[in-house]
Design a binder for this molecule. Sequence first.
Ligand SMILES: [Zn+2]
Ligand SMILES: [Zn+2]
Length: 142
Amino acid sequence: MGQKTFKFRQVKAECWECTSHIQDKHLKVRVNKRNYNLHHIIYEHNYGAVKDTEVVHHLCENPRCLNPIHLVKMSRIDHMRHHSIIRASIKVAQIHPEYGVLKVWDSLTEASQNGYTRSNITLCCASKVELYMDCWWMKVRY
Ligand SMILES: [Zn+2]
Ligand SMILES: [Zn+2]
């Protein structure tokens, strides 16, 4: 008799923020006398092993988050590239399914200063959730 796998989708894109185990901005645990990032362990527990050339990245950009749907593995090179793109603050388009483009924000920072949650926009851009505030969100590259 085989094992049944349940698949489910979390509708709200909320971070599970851990408030213990904090050590230089990430959460650490000690296993066999080595320190590991807790989000790395949570990822491996849910999705399988991560190679030495890969890192586990937070789609929500919240280093204390342990929500498995916010975690993806990336090659170290892509990861560095991704974070340098964030620093260069690319534009983000807010698109309503009926009314079209409502606004193109100059950066995630600008959108977050106007009441939108950065992590929810990021999840939407990564297609982890479909809509945020009734809109699609897309990174704009020129
Ligand atoms: Zn999160
Ligand atoms: Zn990252």
